[in-house]
Design a protein around this ligand. Structure first.
Ligand code: SF4
Length: 359
């Protein structure tokens, strides 16, 4: 028989519960600062390291100004322009620092930014001049990375240890945490593992969304150079292979942090639906607690992952066409409405995104 509750035991469901908890409760010490607001996203990072959950701590005024640029992310070429665009009309090559790639790509990006409504551009003779519409604000103050490990068996703990060591060494985030399932034991088992002391530990009950801090993290030197671990010794004995690493300079880190923040701003954590098949007749969103909507597969009764919920799923069946004729708009049935519902919830977490560019 198909169970009628969301399976909060899977790693994916736990991750979504952590996101929801962070959205409601951050920061974990409950000492919320009126001068800070936050945005939660998931599955973002670099090509070498992807974090499960990300919390951006933001300046509320600057975040509201960021909305001028619309809900979509700004890529690095657009950021280069809007961050350096002058208040008065100026020839673009006089206004912008050399980008490190040919100017013709900058011209293309200027036209795109103009079309998108985030920059003003005009032709004076054969010269392109630009003028900013708004200053690009310094909206993201801190980045917090959370690794979700609901069940920490020995091999998960080993993998987690090296992931956190990597995060601490490169210090791309300002803080790293591990979130694990609350066991109710006097000492949470995760605290007995050999994890870097710089990483915080959070014990979360995914059903009640109550969390205890088992260990507070140390702030990492995100604005200084970091060390990227490329290879570890194959064992701990003398004469084994040496570790290999490289330095990451502060500017490279700052660019990467802003790129991550922009992607987090666009995607949030409810975008899981974008990589699933809400057009399948079995796709459901089910409220687990309060108003959180988690995906649920009506065929299996589980909270399915994006990998399972794809066109290759053996149980996939398209929404019957008749569903699109009974009060649903012709361009889409319930699946479209579910996507819109999640997008609307994501928008509510971004002040003023209904009024910015590209609307
Ligand atoms: S595609 Fe598969 S996993 Fe997704 S809702 Fe349909 S049956 Fe379930």
């Amino acid at each position: 028989m198909v169970p009628d509750t969301v399976d909060a035991d899977s790693e994916f469901a736990f991750e979504l519960r952590t996101c929801r908890w962070a959205e409601r409760e951050w920061p974990p010490d409950g000492d919320s600062d009126a001068d800070t607001t936050h945005i939660v996203a998931r599955q973002l990072g670099t090509k070498r390291r992807r974090w499960d959950t990300i919390v951006l701590e933001c300046d509320p005024g600057a975040l509201a100004q960021r909305a001028n640029f619309g809900p979509k992310r700004l890529e690095s070429d657009h950021l280069h322009i809007v961050r350096n665009a002058p208040a008065e009309w100026t020839y673009y090559r006089d206004a912008l620092p050399h980008p490190g790639y040919p100017w013709r790509y900058v011209r293309e990006a200027i036209h795109e930014a103009d079309d998108r409504g985030i920059l003003e551009a005009r032709k004076q003779g054969n010269r392109i001049e630009i003028r900013r519409k708004w200053p690009y604000p310094d909206w993201c103050e801190r980045i917090v990375a959370i690794e979700n490990k609901p069940d920490l068996d020995a091999s998960a703990a080993r993998a987690l240890g090296s992931q956190l060591e990597y995060d601490v060494a490169v210090a791309l985030a300002d803080e790293v945490w591990v979130a694990t399932r609350q066991t109710g034991e006097r000492v949470e088992p995760v605290l007995l593992e050999d994890l870097p002391v710089e990483a915080g530990v959070l014990a979360l009950d995914p059903d009640t969304l109550e969390a205890d801090v088992g260990w507070y993290p140390r702030s990492l030197a995100a604005d200084e150079s970091g060390t990227r671990i490329l290879e570890r010794p194959d064992d701990g004995t003398r004469g084994s292979s040496a570790a290999r690493f490289e330095y990451v300079d502060p500017q490279q880190k700052a660019d990467k942090r802003l790129a991550i923040a922009e992607r987090a701003y666009e995607r949030g954590w409810r975008s899981f639906v974008d990589t699933m098949r809400p057009d399948c007749r079995y796709f459901e969103l089910q409220a687990a607690e309060g108003a959180q909507l988690l995906p649920r597969c009506g065929a299996t009764g589980d909270c399915q992952t994006a990998a399972q919920c794809s066109g290759s799923c053996p149980d996939f069946q398209p929404e019957p066409p008749i569903w699109r004729t009974k009060g649903w708009p012709l361009e889409g049935g319930p699946g479209k409405r579910l996507k819109a519902l999640l997008a609307d919830r994501r928008r509510r977490q971004r002040p003023r995104t209904d009024t910015g560019a590209g609307q």
